[in-house]
Design a protein around this ligand. Structure first.
Ligand SMILES: CC(C)(COP(=O)(O)OP(=O)(O)OC[C@H]1O[C@@H](n2cnc3c(N)ncnc32)[C@H](O)[C@@H]1OP(=O)(O)O)[C@@H](O)C(=O)NCCC(=O)NCCS
Length: 175
């Protein structure tokens, strides 16, 4: 139903494969700092990574959800996706890359490609993104792609029970 693959200048977004296990473990899932502002717990060993990859493959079926591959190194470096939360309204379900791959303009390529897909191919009228208030990189990424702040909401991190503030941004289609 949804695209199997989305290409940008430097990246390909495509469905996860068990062959990406080592790359995802090495590049992202084993890193505390990659998980810091997200909702997942870092993977401690390759066995856990294998289980996570199997769950990822299942999760991505029939969803706008992909691994992110860097073309030049031919490896998986992160993940990205969107979901339709109400008719023609889409919300990001997390965009993240390993710390070695941030600040290369990749986040912008990913978010712009997903925005274009949702607006042009899926008929979206509004796209929502969110991030923790202290996640400057994510906030800058959203602003850089034209999103504007709408509101904040207090949440509880299920990993440690601590409260945090999440900021919402949105982009509406120019018609
Ligand atoms: C958030 C994330 C996806 C951003 O991707 P990125 O590839 O680093 O972002 P880009 O290089 O495309 O930069 C996009 C814009 O944000 C700015 N930016 C990126 N990181 C920044 C930082 N740490 N501080 C300030 N500005 C930053 C860039 O300068 C750029 O702005 P510009 O277009 O005005 O020049 C990436 O940092 C990441 O994967 N972080 C870990 C996981 C995570 O927290 N994900 C978000 C969960 S909501």
């Amino acid at each position: 139903m949804y695209k199997e693959e989305i290409e940008t200048k430097d990246l390909v977004l495509k469905k996860a494969s068990i062959n990406d296990l080592n790359d995802m473990y090495k590049n992202m899932w084993s890193h505390e700092e990659s998980a810091k502002y997200m909702l997942w717990i870092p993977t401690k060993n390759i066995e856990e990574a294998e289980e996570r990859m199997k769950r990822t493959i299942e999760f991505q079926k029939d969803k706008i959800a992909y691994l992110v591959y860097e073309k030049k190194s031919v490896q998986a470096i992160g993940f990205a996706g969107m979901k339709e939360i109400e008719d023609k309204v889409y919300e990001d379900c997390g965009i993240g890359m390993g710390s070695k791959f941030v600040k290369h303009g990749y986040g912008k390529q990913i978010l712009m490609a997903l925005v274009e897909y949702c607006f042009e191919d899926l008929g979206a009228i509004k796209i929502i993104c969110s991030c923790r208030s202290e996640n400057i990189a994510s906030k800058k990424l959203q602003q850089s792609c034209g999103f504007h702040y709408t509101h904040s909401q207090l949440m509880v991190d299920k990993r440690d029970g601590l409260k945090y503030m999440i900021d919402f941004y949105e982009l509406t289609r120019n018609v």
